[in-house]
Ligand binder design. Structure first.
Ligand code: F6R
Length: 366
């Protein structure tokens, strides 16, 4: 059942190239320059006339929602708010009929997300679901939706659900951008062609497993770790830290890299591993200077960089290279080595990777 892998988590990490293809198959027709998604096509005016999009989710799905914020605002120029479902539902939020609420959930059963949906519906908002489990409560409770076709996710730590959620959100953002005319035809076309390259690039990244394992063996005994990123990769930093926490029980924090100087940099010493996402587009120089600040305080740096990088390579203790892609799609690649890193650290520490202590796969109580 684990398909020859030691754990479901590792199997699911390796399923990502296929899961991403399954998610865009039939929806993205790259050569024709078309994205068709029934749940969007049938409700297009709702999206095009929306004052804003509110994304509600929990945990890893909330991190995907944050990537969604960057995608929707950058491509389709629609204001987005991303909310923890548990906070949203209890804070008397302002919701109107002109809001579109997108609920993201792998299981489709998360109690807080379900309650947030019911609240949004009661205020007249249009609610769209991004779920993995077909026929789940959230899929049934929403007005329309788009499934992530990731297949069953058994490992408690979410992996392929996250990358397929980002894939669906990318498709929606591109679709709306095309309809609104906020992206040029050429840019739209480039995005579609670039998306088609992602599965093979993920496949290639999975091959560097030994390198990541080696890095894992060096840092597995750390008591605390930091994960830093900016822009589209800030949410990836949060997700990297969550993955490490939940399966290895090592304390980890994700931060926007520039926030370091507002407090967390005080933590840096020679015992502090800092995982930094420093891909070539989007704030690269800024991230480089953040890395220098850490280095000059003796922090240990593991950087996720774009193939061919030379600047960060000189400063960092270790680098992990990802293939080049559009900045907006980098989360689909930068996430992969961070998943592998957490996996290997947890295995090396002898933890129960697929069923970490205190955690359940779906959180059906608040
Ligand atoms: C993390 C993880 C959780 C879930 C969260 C939401 O690896 O699995 O943080 O992401 O409980 O679950 P869903 O997406 O099923 O609503």
């Amino acid at each position: 059942e684990k398909g020859g892998y030691d754990h479901f988590m590792l199997k699911e990490i390796h399923e990502q190239p296929k899961a991403i293809i399954d998610t865009y198959r039939g929806r993205m027709l790259a050569d024709e320059g078309i994205i068709r998604m029934a749940g969007i096509d049938d409700n297009l005016p709702k999206f095009l006339n929306a004052d804003r999009i509110i994304i509600v989710a929990c945990g890893t799905s909330w991190h995907a929602g944050l990537v969604g914020e960057y995608l929707f605002e950058d491509m389709a120029r629609i204001p987005v708010e991303v909310e923890y479902a548990s906070e949203f539902r209890y804070r008397n939020p302002i919701i109107t009929e002109k809001d579109v609420v997108i609920a993201i959930s792998q299981s489709g059963e998360t109690a807080d997300t379900l309650a947030a949906i019911k609240l949004a519906k009661s205020k007249g908002a249009f609610v769209f679901g991004v779920c993995n489990v077909v026929g789940s409560s959230i899929a049934r409770e929403t007005h329309a939706g788009a499934y992530t076709h990731a297949g069953p996710e058994i490992g408690v730590a979410s992996t392929k659900a996250f990358t397929t959620q980002i894939t669906v959100l990318s498709l929606i953002a591109l679709k709306l951008a095309k309809e609104k005319g906020t992206l040029s035809k050429a840019a739209f076309q480039t995005y579609l062609q670039t998306m088609q390259l992602i599965p093979a690039q993920v496949e290639k990244l999975l091959e560097i497993d030994e390198h990541v394992k080696n890095i894992a063996s060096i840092y597995k005994d750390a008591k605390n770790c930091l994960y830093l990123g900016r822009g589209f990769n800030f949410p990836v930093a949060l997700e990297g830290a969550l993955k490490l926490k939940e399966i290895s029980y090592i304390h980890a924090e994700g931060y926007p890299a520039a926030e370091m100087k507002h407090g967390p940099i005080a933590l840096i010493d020679e015992n502090m591993p800092v995982f930094v996402i420093a891909t070539n587009k989007g704030h690269y120089e800024k991230v480089v200077s953040n890395i220098q600040e850490i280095k000059s305080r003796s922090g240990k740096i593991v950087a996720v960089v774009t193939e061919g990088d030379t600047t960060v390579k000189e400063i960092a203790d270790h680098v992990i290279e990802i293939p080049d892609t559009e900045e907006a799609f980098t989360p689909l690649l930068t996430t992969i080595p961070l998943q592998l890193l957490s996996y290997h650290i947890a295995v090396m520490l002898g933890k129960n990777v697929d069923q970490p202590r205190n955690l359940a796969k779906s959180v059906t109580v608040e």
